[in-house]
Write a protein that binds this ligand. Sequence first.
Ligand SMILES: Cc1cc2nc3c(=O)[nH]c(=O)nc-3n(C[C@H](O)[C@H](O)[C@H](O)COP(=O)(O)O)c2cc1C
Ligand code: SF4
Length: 518
Amino acid sequence: MKLKIFIPRDAAAVAVGADEVALELELGARKRGVSLELVRTGSRGLYWLEPMLEVSTGAGRIAFGPLTPGDVASVLDAIVADGPHPLRLGLTEQIPWLKRQTRLTFARCGVIDPRSVEDYRAHGGYEGLQRALALSSEAIIDDVIKSGLRGRGGAGFPTGIKWRTVSQADAAQKYICCNADEGDSGTFADRMIMEGDPYMVIEGMTIAGIAVGATRGYIYIRSEYPHAVEAINAAIAGARRAGYLGPGIGRSRHDFDIEVRVGAGAYICGEETAMLESLEGKRGVVRAKPPLPAHKGLFGLPTVINNVLTFAAIPFILAGGAQAYADCGMGRSRGTKPIQLGGNIKHGGLFEVAFGITLGELVDDIGGGTASGRPVRAVQVGGPLGAYFPRELFDTPFDYEAFAARSGLVGHGGIVVFDDTVDMASQARFAFEFCATESCGKCTPCRIGATRGVETMDKVIAGIRPEANLKLIEDLCEVMTDGSLCAMGGLTPMPVMSAITHFPEDFTRAGSLPVAAE
Ligand SMILES: Cc1cc2nc3c(=O)[nH]c(=O)nc-3n(C[C@H](O)[C@H](O)[C@H](O)COP(=O)(O)O)c2cc1C
Ligand code: SF4
């Protein structure tokens, strides 16, 4: 008997035992005289079901999970006998959580072998590049503009406009930089796609290179992502072997190659100009803008900087999908958003869906509420600089403008859920503390303000003149918002003020933090 089985090598799946399950499977197959083809994929993103195994059948892939090594023998017996099993989840594509999604960016993640360029091509990979090679620079950029794609790193700047600026800049050398620092709390989509479909990121960067006339690219990956570094490096080597990177890519006159650079663990190095400093071998300190990186970026030359997911959206768009992409979404938020559900949530994972879905649908319906079973009290959307939303705002649709209208941000699409045991005053204090720790130190409102914020919050928590100190915090937040050089100090007030506005009751009772009397 022959079996083809898929198990993720995704870091999150490995963290809960995917490697042990894979080993047990190989041993079990040998024992039963079964010929096993084991493919290590990325994750499908249903993390509460990991490690999840899928077996190829005539009807499609059938999933089992979550597995422990101890489950493998009985699962193998059930597969061989085509019988029932308590961990059998049915056809993977029919699992409601997966079926409800619109997977444009994550279509191949968990499906293909991320180490195989042939598998990538067999699933539509490099069709976007082939088409791009036949187009002019302007036509490629027009396609990106037509798709309505906005940067997925957080700020939501229109990608095509950025590319046009770099394309029009006059320079002998230009660069493409992929921001894979992914520092936001509760986010993991960049990691997932780099581990599960790395060729797509490389293809997206290569198309950007052709569009703007750049021949060199860098991927800046955070050091906490060793599996992603390995996967991307393997894919770069594979793309070079297949002629998709290096001189004359895809048998054309275009040259393009990519190198990986590993960060050293600073949140601020995700800010694009600090990332450039770090790429140049310096300390990650924010640069004043202007000049924009599109005019003077890496080594002072015109540079496209985009998030991993922005580049990952490009191959679909260039393969003829610009209109289909633009047809999804709402308002000025076009296409799909890979949303990451995390924190205290029952069904955490990656949910890619068209813009427009509400926060409540995501948290209650799709996420299934809290893992603790207690009521959801607050969610933080958009990373450590994003706002806390109470239940009353759960009708907010996922859309850049709708979130901004409610003093929040969509950011990189991370949602972190808290139950009713959360203390929002501590969360507000944490926002200041995080900023104090991660500030690059270049400007005073952030460097000094964050520390003063922690001290003042400590007084509020200790019940020392809470009203006066909350007023002080409000003033401080105004200064940080208006006076900070970058969004690190400029947005720290967002979690602070949203916590104070929506959960005022947590700021007026004396807490237990030991603070010296004023
Ligand atoms: C403090 C701070 C941290 C950031 N971290 C990231 C990050 O980890 N990844 C990212 O893509 N963008 C991050 N950004 C946004 C980048 O500065 C930049 O807007 C983005 O990489 C541009 O790509 P996009 O247009 O594709 O979104 C951060 C911004 C700030 C202010
Ligand atoms: S706001 Fe903070 S992180 Fe940004 S430049 Fe100023 S000190 Fe640096």
